[in-house]
Design a protein around this ligand. Structure first.
Ligand code: 8IG
Length: 273
């Protein structure tokens, strides 16, 4: 499996540009306005936001690879919204824990930017720290803490991350559902879930959600100059908050149970972006 991003001498922005050109050629859509990365529990939103113009296998696009986790899909879809805008739906997320490096993790974000996208929506499934949040609760991300000790930025790029998760877009989301809570997302490297002690550490640091994606991608969103909306589906209470052990099967089940509801919510939000 050859991926051009694995060549350390390659320029990741050039590969994102090539990916964007291939997407334009395969979908016939030469400019996209909005992009969405759909994490666990959010996939159905793709069927609700508009008319699918084209679906392409992510492996046909330079720099993308097949997903490593069961329950993640590897397609890229171009969807026309009722308001005429074009949305690019990235179903193929590469996680940092896969060990392919941060360039592969943020390639979807950089490709979205290269297709012309100005508004990026990052969704995920994650664990919740606040005891009042029950599995199946969607939460707006207000900020993040990046505990991966990694960055998508290479070299002396001093990117400001103030208001990274756009307050304006969170208000748009709340105009659809005023009950939406927000919280600070803490990205751990994974793939193991946290220990209860690590969850308590995240809580002391100001975290509300724990996950294994999104923060690194969010940094690349800001680097690319796009506006960002981040929404988590809290699929499980974090380790030690729930008294029973965490299982991937239960996480997937919670995602499936919430999927119709949160996908409809996301589709409504997207119609207002
Ligand atoms: I879904 O509890 C999901 N992803 N780190 N912790 C971390 N990632 C997650 C969790 C969780 N649940």
């Amino acid at each position: 499996m050859n991926n051009p991003l694995d060549d350390s001498k390659a320029n990741p922005f050039e590969i994102a540009q090539q990916a964007a050109e291939r997407i334009a050629a395969l979908t016939g859509v030469h400019q996209h306005d909005i992009a969405l990365t759909l994490g666990s529990g959010w996939a159905k939103a793709a069927d609700l936001i508009g008319e699918t113009v084209a679906t392409v296998d992510a492996t046909e696009i330079p720099g993308f690879s097949a997903p490593a986790v069961q329950g993640h899909v590897a397609t890229i879809r171009s969807i026309q919204l009722p308001n005429g805008k074009h949305a690019l739906v990235l179903g193929a997320r590469t996680h940092f824990y896969e060990g392919h490096g941060v360039r592969r993790v943020v390639h979807g974000v950089r490709t979205a930017a290269a297709t012309g996208v100005k508004t990026m929506v990052l969704t995920n499934g994650c664990g919740g720290i606040r005891p009042e949040w029950k599995p199946g609760t969607p939460v707006l991300i207000s900020d993040h803490i990046n505990l991966t000790a990694a960055s998508p930025l290479e070299g002396a790029k001093f990117v400001d991350l103030t208001d990274l998760y756009s307050a304006r877009l969170r208000e748009v989301a709340r105009s659809v559902d005023p009950t939406l809570d927000d919280g600070v997302y803490v990205q751990f490297r994974g793939p193991q879930y946290e220990t209860p002690a690590e969850v308590q550490m995240a809580k002391v640091l100001g975290g509300d959600l724990v996950g294994m994606s999104t923060a690194l991608e969010a940094i690349a969103v800001r680097e690319a100059g796009m506006e960002l909306l981040g929404i988590s589906l809290m699929t499980n209470q974090a380790a030690g908050i729930q008294k029973t052990p965490l299982s991937h099967a239960e996480v997937l089940e919670a995602g499936r149970d919430a999927e119709s509801r949160i996908s409809a919510l996301l589709a409504q939000i997207v119609s207002k972006l």
